[in-house]
Each structure stands twice: as structure tokens, then as C-alpha cells.
Write a protein that binds this ligand. Structure first.
Ligand code: MG
Length: 241
């Protein structure tokens, strides 16, 4: 019998491997197509510079715990490119920016699927606690659906729905409540980032697992996990299964 009733998973580089470079290319092509169709210049370097500015603003806001969504990023891109006046262009660029990642095929992390089945079979409730970056959570859920794993989650808490980022306790509370009112001491959270995943879970009194299967976050970014794992196959034993 595990002393745990529930576990929550971070999304990027915990459930799904991020491919930032490929997503960026996909977005750049989609936006260039819109601009060209309106007879506007669509220089590679200009669009790239606009993306850099959008990321910079996201990163600063995320660090401050202030919401900055893909919509805000698309507005930034329009602003930097100087196309804020034409409503048609605005609408189409925002749509292209938000939906371009839909065309991406992203990989699940190693041994995730058998581990999720093992946890479910043991009676644990399984959730997601995710800081949404520039790709909306509707698209993130489509990735999971496309891999046939969305149904393995009992509940999810995405920052663009909940309105706060990790490490804010509110997003973890949303998750534990949604998983059936689980006591934090009987719950674990797994994620790759120290500042958000590890600090957030520890602040809640949840067991914090740092997942090092994709990235190895720098110690200067925040506290160490209660447990560090390199492969999801290690999770059941950590939870006493
Ligand atoms: Mg992550």
C-alpha cells in the first residue's frame, strides 16, 4: 500500500519533450505566409527578432508570476513587426502564431506510458500541473490526445486556465482539489524545473521529484528535489509501489 493517493506531472520536458527550434520554424513559416499573402515584407531575420522579443517578455513575466500567454506573444510579434493597424493582418497573424504548433509531432518522454498505466492500476489519481508558455493548453492537450494518453489523467491544471504559474500554491491546490481533495502529504509532484516544480511542490508539502530525463536544471535556479530520477520507470518504487 502506497502512502500516496495522487501524483501530478509537469508538462514540458517531463511528459513531452520540448522542441523549441522546430516550433519556432513552424511559427515563422506560418506567419511569413500570412504576411506575404497581404503583400507585406516577411524577412526571416525580422520575424526572428520579433520572436526573440516575445520570448524575452514571456520569460520576464513568468519569472514575476505575471500571466503572459501566446496571445500576448502574438501581439508582441505584431508590435515589433509594425503591423498593429490592419485588423485582417492582426487576426491572421495571431491565429497563425497560436495554431502553428498544432502541426508539430512531439515525443513523449521515455517510459512515460507504462508508468502512467502502473500508477493508475495501483489506484493513484494522476494529474498535470503545467506552466503554459507560448503554446496554448488546448494545443498541449491535443498533443497528449494524439499520443492516446490524455485519458490517463484524472485532472489537469494549466496556468492559462488557472491564472497563476508555479510555484504559486494556488495551481497546486487547484490540482489536489480536482484530484478529489487529496492531502498534500499524500501527493507527489514530478517536474524538471527547480524554481517552479520543486520549490512549488515543497512549499505545498508534497513530495518533490526532480525529473532529469530531458534536462538537468542548474542548482542556482532553486532547491533540489526530495528525490531525483532519470527515468519515469523509477517513479512507482519512489512512491512505494
Ligand atoms: Mg518542464
Amino acid at each position: 500500500m502506497s502512502r500516496f493517493d495522487a501524483i501530478t506531472f509537469d508538462f514540458w520536458d517531463t511528459l513531452v519533450r520540448a522542441d523549441v527550434a522546430a516550433t519556432r520554424v513552424q511559427r515563422r513559416l506560418a506567419i511569413a505566409e500570412v504576411l506575404v499573402s497581404h503583400g507585406l515584407p516577411a524577412e526571416h531575420d525580422d520575424i526572428d527578432a520579433a520572436f526573440n522579443e516575445a520570448w524575452k517578455r514571456f520569460d520576464a513575466s513568468w519569472g514575476q508570476g505575471e500571466q503572459f500567454t501566446g496571445y500576448h506573444a502574438a501581439e508582441t510579434v505584431l508590435d515589433v513587426l509594425g503591423h498593429t493597424d490592419d485588423e485582417q493582418v492582426r487576426f491572421r497573424v495571431i491565429d497563425a502564431y497560436l495554431s502553428a504548433p498544432r502541426a508539430m509531432q512531439l515525443d513523449l518522454t521515455d517510459n512515460l506510458v507504462p508508468t502512467l498505466h502502473r500508477l493508475k492500476d495501483a489506484g493513484l489519481r494522476v494529474g498535470i500541473v503545467c506552466d503554459v508558455g507560448l503554446t496554448p493548453s488546448t494545443v498541449l492537450r491535443e498533443y497528449l490526445e494524439g499520443h492516446g494518453v490524455l485519458a490517463l489523467f484524472d485532472h489537469w491544471s494549466f496556468s492559462d486556465d488557472v491564472g497563476v504559474y508555479k510555484p504559486d500554491a494556488a495551481i497546486f491546490e487547484h490540482a489536489l482539489e480536482g484530484l478529489g481533495g487529496v492531502d498534500p502529504s499524500r501527493a507527489a509532484h514530478i517536474g524538471d524545473l527547480r524554481r517552479t516544480d520543486i520549490a512549488g511542490a515543497k512549499g505545498m508539502g508534497m513530495l518533490a521529484l526532480r525529473y532529469r530525463g530531458v534536462t538537468d536544471d542548474d542548482p542556482e535556479h532553486g532547491p533540489e528535489g526530495d528525490v531525483v530520477i532519470d527515468n519515469h520507470a523509477e517513479v512507482p518504487a519512489v512512491l512505494g509501489l
